[in-house]
Write a protein that binds this ligand. Structure first.
Ligand SMILES: [Zn+2]
Length: 84
């Protein structure tokens, strides 16, 4: 079952043939491609895979904190990837 979803980008201009509304994006595995139906433009787009960075603060200068087990969870900021 391998059906990549193709999605046209409304108003997108192909950088090669300058046609509007000919670009579509699709995902394959963990990659994103941008392709034009008017010409043979194909571009691989690297979008960051979902990386969860665990902020482990091992270097705590205060020894008391070790006993108290102060866990500070920092929510990673999810900045919007350009989606077009
Ligand atoms: Zn094109």
């Amino acid at each position: 079952m391998k059906k990549e979803q193709k999605r046209f980008i409304a108003g997108a201009v192909c950088p090669r043939c300058r046609e509007i509304d000919k670009l579509f994006v699709y995902r394959l595995a963990d990659k994103k491609f941008r392709e034009c139906v008017s010409c043979d433009f194909l571009e691989e787009q690297n979008f960051a895979p979902f990386v969860r960075e665990l902020d482990t603060r091992v270097t705590d200068n205060n020894p008391i904190h070790n006993e108290e087990q102060v866990v500070h969870l920092v929510e990673p900021k999810k900045d919007d990837q350009e989606d077009r």
